[in-house]
Design a protein around this ligand. Structure first.
Ligand SMILES: [Zn+2]
Length: 331
């Protein structure tokens, strides 16, 4: 396309006419190859590429967007959506998170967040997670900012907590555990979910939920739940939870909590490292090697059916016999 606005060409050393085209270009950012649609301007006289500031800004933005997409990082528009969803300012949210004041401003202007910071921002899409963050750190922001955000949040929380039919059984099992009086971290929650699936199958004859877990370095992880509580890191999860589960299910969960709820995440990690399902899915992997290998439901079902027979577990409170044996083996 010919463009009649004259622009300075450094090769011709004068203002010249130029053509503008859009073309896919592949570049390398931090060792990652990305392809983006680049705006290119060429001088009509010498055909060299000429530099136009406004197009260069668009190109950098586009390249950055593709880079974020490729790494699964949060996009600028998603950050903006988050801010308006909770009626919160960029610097206020940064303060809540304990980040530098202009961190989020910089992300919106185009600098790339680390995977860790990006995952944290993504997790805030869950109103329950955002609410926990707000309540935990409200002392760090003004009362007006707190009230504005809380008002928005209450709207979402009403929808999600009093009518949580759209939440999965897996999510509700997590809510159930978190509603009880135990100190539960992401690390321990993941193991409790795994034991719930195992013992529920062994005692009731069908799966509690359909999701699979993966054999991560620190034990089984349900990735459908993981991002929701990522924000808490290794700290106990604080989350006001209501759940929607039948008593037939919660009775097994009570047994699992009684048997495993008193152990911290690190000990539960050792428990799961001593069991067949995790080990089978880790065959050929080094201790610290990342893996997305699925621990099949079938392997969990077989293992815990066996445990129930071997430890003569006929009701949910007998599960404790198994966890005490694991404890004695490990500690
Ligand atoms: Zn030229």
């Amino acid at each position: 396309m010919k463009n009649s606005n004259k622009v300075y060409c450094e090769f011709c050393e004068e203002d010249t006419n130029h053509t503008t085209i859009k073309e896919d270009e592949t570049i390398n950012i931090n060792g990652i190859e990305i392809t983006f649609n680049k705006i290119k301007n060429h001088c009509i006289n010498c055909n060299n590429e000429i530099y136009i500031e406004s197009d260069n800004i668009k190109n950098v933005k586009n390249a950055n967007m593709e880079y974020r997409k490729k790494l699964g990082l949060i996009q600028v528009n998603e950050i903006n959506t988050l801010l308006s969803k909770y009626n919160i300012g960029k610097t206020t949210l940064a303060s809540l998170l304990g980040w530098g004041e202009i961190t989020i401003v910089r992300y919106i202007e185009g600098s790339t967040p680390s995977k860790e910071y990006s995952d944290i921002l993504k997790s805030l899409d869950y109103p329950i997670t955002m609410n926990s963050l707000l309540e935990k750190n409200k002392g760090k922001i003004t009362e007006i900012a707190y009230k504005k955000c809380k008002k928005k949040l209450n709207g979402y929380l009403d929808e999600t907590s009093f009518d949580n039919f759209s939440d999965t059984v897996l999510e509700n099992v997590a809510y159930y555990f978190l509603s009880k009086d135990y100190e539960i971290t992401q690390l321990s929650l993941q193991k409790l979910l795994y034991y719930a699936q195992g013992f529920y199958y062994a005692l009731r004859g069908n799966y509690l939920f359909t999701e699979d877990c993966q054999a991560w370095v620190h034990g089984p992880v349900y990735t459908a739940i993981y991002p929701k509580y990522k924000l808490f890191g290794y700290e106990p999860i604080k989350s006001e939870c209501s759940y929607n589960l039948s008593e037939e299910k919660t009775s097994v969960l009570d047994g699992v909590l009684k048997a495993f709820g008193c152990y911290n995440g690190k000990i539960l990690e050792k428990f799961t490292h001593s069991e067949t399902p995790w080990n089978k899915a880790r065959v050929g992997k080094k201790d610290d090697e990342l893996s997305n290998e699925i621990i099949s439901k079938d392997s969990i079902a077989k293992y815990f059916t066996n445990v129930v027979q071997k430890y003569d577990i006929s009701n949910v409170y007998d599960i404790e016999g198994y966890s005490s044996t694991l404890k004695n083996k490990i500690l």
